[in-house]
Design a protein around this ligand. Structure first.
Ligand code: ZN
Length: 437
């Protein structure tokens, strides 16, 4: 729920109004002694501290974060909440990792009670890390979706999630069938979509675990639910790609499988997109589909290096994501850190301002949510994070050599920062870091 009481955050306000690559420094106005006034879950005013505080009603709470950076909450565009107990499982590439760890743990989420425990942990952890919105995979069990949405609704968070659809190449306990996958997804959409700040993503896990009939059903769900999202995986691992080609011999490419069933579009987010063929890049761009860059996962599972420059130059929309539990950190700061290194391996540069843009407004735009979240602007939902670039002794030591250079400070935050650098997180105007839900 949102906080009905007015609350002021005082600090250095950093909020993007455009992409830094296109707009340059104008993309990122900073108010050194600024304040944000939040009322009824929304941003009521933002600007110079004195003027903003003067607008506050009597009795408004004041959270003084003077000197700390105040930005929009982070957005994670690809994450699996049922994998919180298998994060950091040793030694396997994608297909083996799924069988050995993930599919074992995901079966436990059939139990609603267990799913609730995991959902609570997951949301607590996201908030501790400054992440206020995520696009989330549940398991094949409707109970796992109910547990997640129930908890997100209670906390007033903007979340997108969906029931995984899988009807082959998985343990029996993790499979539905085309009819059941469709019916259960349909019922979940009716039950949850549009309640609070929740939205639904039709979620065929990937082509490996869905039959043609199931992908057809996923396409039907999307057609019948205007504005709904679609999330799946694409071109992550070479063995996976070979397997897909074997299963769909008629398809010209991996993406052509999804294309055949109408799964591409501006609200479709494809995790990984590492080994794209030229025709796939063109189809991603033409359809406005989003490629979710998941660097810690790609390194951890040995999948490969994301080529941001190539996708960007070809007009593919890009987002950044953790992909926990293939990903190894819930922190978007640490995800940006590893993204920077992946891009370095490809000879590509990625200034910190672009990384911060991507974690906030960039990811909001990728999800078509920039009129609700992703920046600190009057009327938007009050999802905000406060960051401290001196959070650890090593960071403070490093910061001593920075003479008021914001780009350097942001770079230190993304290379050295994690949950310790998140001083507070606000969801719908309410402080939620380490707060009881
Ligand atoms: Zn994933």
């Amino acid at each position: 729920m949102s906080d009905p009481r007015a609350r002021i955050i005082r600090g250095r306000i950093l909020s993007f109004v455009g992409a830094p690559r296109l707009a340059g420094p104008r993309a990122m106005p900073v108010v050194e002694d600024g304040a944000v006034l939040m009322e009824n879950g929304r941003i009521a005013a933002v600007g110079e501290a004195a003027a903003t505080i003067a607008k506050a009603p009597a009795g408004a709470a004041v959270d003084d974060h003077a000197g700390k950076l105040v930005t929009a909450g982070f957005i994670d565009t690809h994450i699996h909440y049922p994998q919180t107990r298998v994060i950091a499982s040793y030694g396997a590439q994608l297909l083996e990792w799924l069988q050995k760890y993930t599919f074992v743990e995901e079966q436990r989420l059939r139990d609603r009670g267990h799913a609730e425990v995991v959902a609570r942990f997951f949301l607590d952890e996201l908030f501790r890390q400054g992440t206020t919105t995520a696009m989330v995979y549940c398991t094949v069990h409707p109970e796992s979706v109910d547990a997640f949405f129930e908890e997100a609704l209670k906390r007033g968070a903007r979340m997108i999630a969906g029931k995984v659809m899988m009807d082959r190449n998985a343990p029996p306990g993790l499979m539905d069938d085309p009819r059941r996958g469709y019916d259960e997804s349909k019922a979940l959409i009716a039950r949850w979509r549009g309640r609070g700040r929740l939205d639904y993503a039709v979620t065929p896990r990937f082509a490996v675990t869905s039959s043609e009939a199931q992908l057809e059903a996923a396409g039907a769900l999307l057609r019948e639910t205007p504005g709904a999202y679609m999330q799946t995986h694409l071109d992550e691992n070479v063995a996976e790609i070979a397997f897909v080609k074997q299963q769909f011999p008629w398809a010209a490419s991996y993406l052509a499988v999804y294309e055949r069933y109408g799964l591409l579009g501006r609200r479709s987010v494809f995790g990984h997109c590492i080994h794209l063929e030229r025709s796939e890049v063109a189809a991603m761009a033409a359809s406005g589909s989003v490629a979710a860059f998941c660097p810690t996962s790609n390194l951890f599972l040995g999948s490969g290096l994301f080529d941001m420059k190539r996708l960007d130059e070809n007009g593919v929309r890009i987002s950044l994501a953790t992909d926990v539990g293939g990903g190894t950190s819930y922190s978007m700061l640490q995800t940006a850190n590893e993204a920077y290194k992946v891009l370095q391996m490809g000879g590509q540069s990625w200034p910190a301002v672009q990384a911060f843009y991507q974690m906030t407004l960039g990811n909001a735009r990728a999800l078509g949510l920039e009129d609700r979240i992703g920046s600190i602007r009057e009327g938007l939902e009050a999802d905000i994070v406060v960051l401290d670039a001196r959070a650890t002794p090593a960071m403070a030591h490093r910061m001593d050599s920075v003479a008021g250079d914001l780009a350097e400070e942001l770079f230190i935050l993304m290379m050295m920062g994690d949950d310790r650098a998140v001083r507070q997180t606000y969801v719908a105007g309410r402080p939620v870091k380490d707060a009881p839900a």
